[in-house]
Design a protein around this ligand. Structure first.
Ligand SMILES: Nc1ncnc2c1ncn2[C@@H]1O[C@H](COP(=O)(O)OP(=O)(O)O)[C@@H](O)[C@H]1O
Ligand SMILES: [Mg+2]
Length: 236
């Protein structure tokens, strides 16, 4: 593990009325201690997961549009001037992946780094399907002594490939030396066992057991009671 703690510098915050400090979960947290190689950020849409992940990426000096230190199309994250990262030890190797910027990242690899294909399964990422290209990035590019920040990586992955991705996380964290922080809405990815789930709902960031997350509860309820559930939401 490398990144041990994220602290918010409340003393430097000018106002809690404007983004990003107006977000209830962000406003209220003081520090997060990371105790596992895998940390999930979970919670409703708009609860602040990406805002915090982008700030961490910015502090890691990964560019905030997605990519790593060598992929330079940076955006300054609103929160990054106000967070402190505590490392033990510090790593500079890693990657930030935003689901919506993956296309631009693939273009960037095509444009600038012909040799880069060796990292991505030997083929342009554009010539692979969305899911294939994600898995080939995960399989070929992710290596030890690094921190990987992933925003909704499940967006491109079938359930089968999400399971394959769990195996990749396992291999890289158990045998290897990688740390992951993953913002996700996927009840499959969240099922990874040796992880902390930080939930951004209810105006705070708190640790939640897998079975207590809405993602698990609602998905399970839906699958077990589909007809009743649909009747409830589709009929008056
Ligand atoms: N650049 C921005 N300026 C103002 N508000 C923003 C900006 N980016 C996100 N927000 C708002 O901040 C809140 C949290 O967004 P975000 O961190 O993207 O949530 P999540 O990733 O949990 O869905 C949302 O209400 C969103 O509309
Ligand atoms: Mg988000």
């Amino acid at each position: 593990m490398f990144l041990k703690r994220i602290t918010l510098q409340h003393e430097n915050i000018p106002s809690y009325h404007e983004y990003p400090f107006s977000i209830p979960s962000i406003k209220s947290f003081d520090r997060l201690d990371l105790n596992w190689n895998v940390t999930f950020f979970v919670g409703e849409n708009g609860s602040g997961k990406s805002t915090l992940l982008e700030a961490i990426a910015d502090k890691c000096e990964f560019n905030t549009a997605g990519g790593n230190r060598n992929n330079s199309y940076a955006v300054h994250a609103a929160l990054s001037d106000y967070v402190t990262l505590s490392w033990m030890p510090k790593v500079t190797n890693g990657f930030f992946l935003r689901a919506e910027s993956f296309y631009h990242f693939a273009t960037h690899v095509d444009d600038t780094d012909m040799n880069g294909y060796k990292y991505y399964g030997g083929r342009s990422l554009h010539e692979q399907s969305h899911g294939e290209s994600h898995l080939s990035l995960f399989l070929n590019r992710f290596k030890g002594k690094a921190i990987y920040l992933l925003d909704e990586p499940e967006a491109a992955l079938s359930p089968q490939r999400q399971l394959a991705f769990l195996r990749i996380i396992h291999d890289l964290t158990v045998d290897g030396d990688c740390q992951f922080i993953i913002a996700t809405l996927s009840p499959i990815l969240l099922g990874y066992p040796d992880a902390t789930n930080w939930c951004f709902d209810d105006g705070r960031i708190e640790e939640l057991e897998y079975e207590m997350t809405d993602h698990y509860i609602i998905t399970r309820y839906f699958l077990e009671n589909r007809e009743r559930f649909l009747k409830d939401i589709l009929e008056d």
